[in-house]
Ligand binder design. Structure first.
Ligand SMILES: Nc1ncnc2c1ncn2[C@@H]1O[C@H](COP(=O)(O)OP(=O)(O)O)[C@@H](O)[C@H]1O
Ligand SMILES: [Mg+2]
Length: 255
């Protein structure tokens, strides 16, 4: 798996009204990587994700997945958004099965994979529940199970825990970290939460707004036995403080 975002720029509007939203973005993700894009609101993070998802086309530059230019949406890229995007009238199992039904898998395979991925996210017991019967954190785990069930090459997560309370957010971060370690999935996490990015990703790109661009890239080579330990480790705190200063200076430059 190799996703390559190469000198991508994106403008919305035409002529004098044209607004440059992304300016010359380049990065790559290889199989098993966990990469995060961090930046304040309006720095173009969601636009990067929509371009990779094939929901928008770059104005300049290219996006290639395993050498093939991205031309539109496809099941090789799984997506999870901040807003619970589950179908409210379908059970948890129905939601997980939905994408596979679209892919035309056999009934027995759908049944087997649905059970497997509900189990992966720890919600086998919730198979018959409707989304409204589940907590926000559980709904996001179902959304992740649904995305994984289609066996994408890369999982795209846009502020997936942004709507959750702090405590639930922390347990979801632990959950996603374990999932990554256990399944070897490849993930692109988009977040405005610096701590979240540093806890989960091996590589973090910091974005600045107007126009959206990558201003700093760091590899996070920290020992992650548990995220709770990592959160309070001196190396982690020093790196977080350094990057927080960088983010504050970017915001300050805008005032
Ligand atoms: N379809 C669109 N048309 C015009 N402007 C857009 C569109 N989508 C995003 N933008 C603008 O691009 C900028 C970046 O937006 P976005 O990618 O959502 O940032 P982020 O996710 O980092 O908050 C914002 O100024 C936003 O108004
Ligand atoms: Mg966004």
């Amino acid at each position: 798996m190799h996703l390559r975002v190469d000198h991508v720029s994106k403008s919305f509007g035409h002529g004098r009204q044209a607004q440059l939203v992304l300016d010359d973005i380049s990065f790559e993700i290889k199989g098993g990587d966990f990469l995060a894009l961090v930046g304040s609101s309006g720095s173009g993070k969601s636009t990067v994700m929509r371009l990779i998802a094939g929901l928008e086309r770059p104005t300049a530059g290219s996006i290639r997945l395993d050498g093939q230019p991205v031309r539109g949406p496809g099941s090789d890229r799984g997506m999870v958004f901040q807003k619970y995007s589950l179908y409210p009238w379908m059970t948890a199992a129905g939601n997980v099965a939905f994408g596979m039904e679209l892919q035309g898998l056999s009934r027995s395979e759908i049944r087997e994979r649905t059970a497997y991925f509900l189990d992966v996210v720890g919600l086998a017991d919730a198979a018959r529940c409707l989304p409204r019967e589940l907590s926000g954190g559980m709904q996001q785990r179902i959304a992740i199970a649904r995305a994984l069930a289609a066996q994408p090459k890369v999982l795209l997560l846009d502020e997936p825990f942004g709507a959750l309370d702090l405590q639930i957010r922390e347990s979801m971060q632990e959950f996603l970290h374990r999932l990554w370690r256990q399944t070897g999935l490849t993930a692109l996490l988009i977040t405005h939460d610096l701590e979240e990015a540093l806890l989960l990703a091996q590589t973090v790109h910091i974005m600045a707004p107007r126009p959206g661009r990558i201003v700093r890239s760091v590899s996070v080579a920290l020992e992650r036995s548990t995220l709770a330990q990592l959160r309070v480790s001196p190396d982690f705190l020093a790196l977080r403080e350094d990057l927080a200063t960088c983010l504050r200076s970017l915001d300050g430059a805008l005032l």
